[in-house]
Write a protein that binds this ligand. Sequence first.
Ligand SMILES: [Zn+2]
Length: 93
Amino acid sequence: MSKQKHDPDECPYCQSRNICALTPFEAEHDQAWRSIECHDCGELWREVFKLVKLETENGKVLREYLEPGEVKARIRGILKQLKEFCEEEECEP
Ligand SMILES: [Zn+2]
């Protein structure tokens, strides 16, 4: 799966910024979505949002919902930090 950066304010078909939401957000369980229309090419698509975390009113994370790929990336990051720490301290892993 390629992680191409797409600007959500652009039409995915013709890259026009002349787009408009047709419906307000609908939500069910951990997803929300709405329909978008491009006024230039006339294509329709749906924006889908997924719940990523729960936090308190002042921003403290209560619970995070990570994709398997993100969990792996975090573990890799922690292992890299551990390795760097060990190299600095000249200890044997
Ligand atoms: Zn378009």
